[in-house]
Write a protein that binds this ligand. Structure first.
Ligand code: SAH
Ligand code: SF4
Length: 394
């Protein structure tokens, strides 16, 4: 499909709701912050812990947005809550459904910014790809999001709100009969949407804590994968404070090439990155780290690259996810051929590494990896700028 062609029949757009109020949004507050907020607004200190627990369950376990429905709270207390607070999640602006069932949502957050969220149904599970920033300050030369200039961190509420929005759309709150366990439609989360999650650490952490909470959305920490381009100092913190699975955008086997593809490499090079990654599985007692490797024709896809990668991975419990490059308008790279990708995978497999080739999902609606970028975002780099940065790689 020509990505620049207007998408018509399969886009559902939704009318804009009323402007956000000046009420305090409870979504995204940690348990402590919720308790504190209740106290500051008149809940007696002795009761606050219990009230916070009740409200928390209504919001995150049952998906209730209206205080009037929180029936284990006294009527006048509910009225007080409704006056001061709200339970608000990002507003869906449009929804597209791919021919393969992938759903891409464009959601609006405060300030009129828009981010994309993608739901990928798979056999026996469903993964939500969540954004952590509007745009990205990093400028990986093969990534569409990296060409977007405007950047703002999402709040914890806007991050966990994406999960709540998707559960709304999938009709998957237990109140409506959804199961609690792994048979859920939304069973996994990947922080692989727009943005670098480790440049928004606290908000991502707080949001994931809510997602993992036993009285919250109840997804286990091994059902969450955070993908980073390699923000080395925050990797250890991720192990300590979140404990989820880790994926790393590796993409090259020499500093020379990685400097261009993933420019954060100039700050923390391959050696420093690997050092941090070596510690991660021990610190989290978790399984392997996923090395993401985008296959770019004649840039990083030779047999020598594959052999070098095997050497670099030595001693790290790892699997390699080979991602065929997803094109976007103006992209300065091409996807490696299927034969090349298979040959690369074979070398890794012979060295004992699982190396699945990721099937692009939702390509027809530009929902695949690296294609995300809100269409309404006007402040973008020129094609010339993109080519100039990328030109150094080839
Ligand atoms: N900022 C984080 C997470 C978001 S990107 C990170 O870089 O890890 C999610 C994954 O998609 C990353 O591995 C990224 O390198 C990859 N990606 C970006 N653009 C892509 C493209 N055009 N084709 C294929 N994969 C891409
Ligand atoms: Fe940002 Fe990740 Fe894209 Fe790089 S690959 S520009 S870090 S979103």
């Amino acid at each position: 499909m020509d990505p620049s062609a207007p998408i018509t029949q399969d886009v559902m757009t939704f009318p804009r709701k009323e402007m956000p109020s000046d009420k305090i949004n409870l979504v995204g507050l940690t348990r402590d912050a919720l308790r504190q907020t209740l106290i500051e607004n008149g809940t007696p200190e002795k009761q606050a812990k219990m009230r916070a627990g009740q409200i928390w369950q209504w919001i995150y376990q049952w998906g209730v947005r209206d205080f009037a429905e929180m029936t284990n709270l006294a009527k006048d207390y509910r009225a007080m809550l409704a006056e001061k607070f709200e339970v608000r999640v990002p507003e869906v602006v449009s929804k597209q459904v791919s021919e393969d069932g992938t759903r891409k949502y464009l959601v609006r957050i405060d300030g009129g910014h828009e981010v994309e969220v993608v739901y990928i149904p798979e056999e026996g599970r469903g993964t939500l790809c969540v954004s952590s920033q509007v745009g990205c300050t990093l400028t990986c030369s093969f990534c569409h999001t990296g060409t977007q200039k405007l950047v703002r961190n999402l709040t914890a509420g806007e991050i966990v709100g994406q999960v709540m929005m998707a559960r709304d759309d999938l009709n998957e709150w237990p109140e409506r009969g959804a199961p609690k366990d792994e048979t859920r439609l939304l069973s996994n989360i990947v922080l692989m949407g727009m943005g670098e999650p480790l440049y928004n650490f606290e908000n991502v952490r707080d949001a994931m804590k809510i997602v993992m909470d036993a009285e919250g959305i109840q997804l286990g920490r091994r059902r969450i994968t955070l993908s980073t381009s390699g923000v080395v100092p925050e990797i250890h913190r991720t192990a300590q404070e979140i404990g989820c699975l880790l994926a790393v955008s590796f993409h090259a086997t020499t500093d020379e090439i990685r400097d261009v593809l993933v420019p954060i490499n100039k700050k923390w090079n391959i050696e420093k990155l690997l050092e941090a990654l070596r510690e991660y599985p021990k610190a989290t007692n978790s399984e392997r780290i996923t090395f993401e490797y985008v296959m770019l024709k004649d840039v990083n896809d030779t047999d020598e690259d594959a052999h070098r990668l095997v050497k670099l991975l030595d001693g790290i419990p790892a699997k390699v996810n080979l991602i065929p490059f997803n094109e976007w308008p103006g992209a300065p790279y091409q996807r490696s051929s299927n034969n090349r990708i298979r040959a690369f995978a074979t070398i890794l497999m012979q060295a004992g590494y699982a190396s699945p080739i990721r099937t692009p999902r939702g390509e027809d609606i530009m929902a695949a990896c690296g294609q995300l970028k809100s269409a309404t975002e006007r402040a973008r780099k020129s094609r010339k700028e993109i080519l100039k940065e990328a030109g150094q790689a080839i």
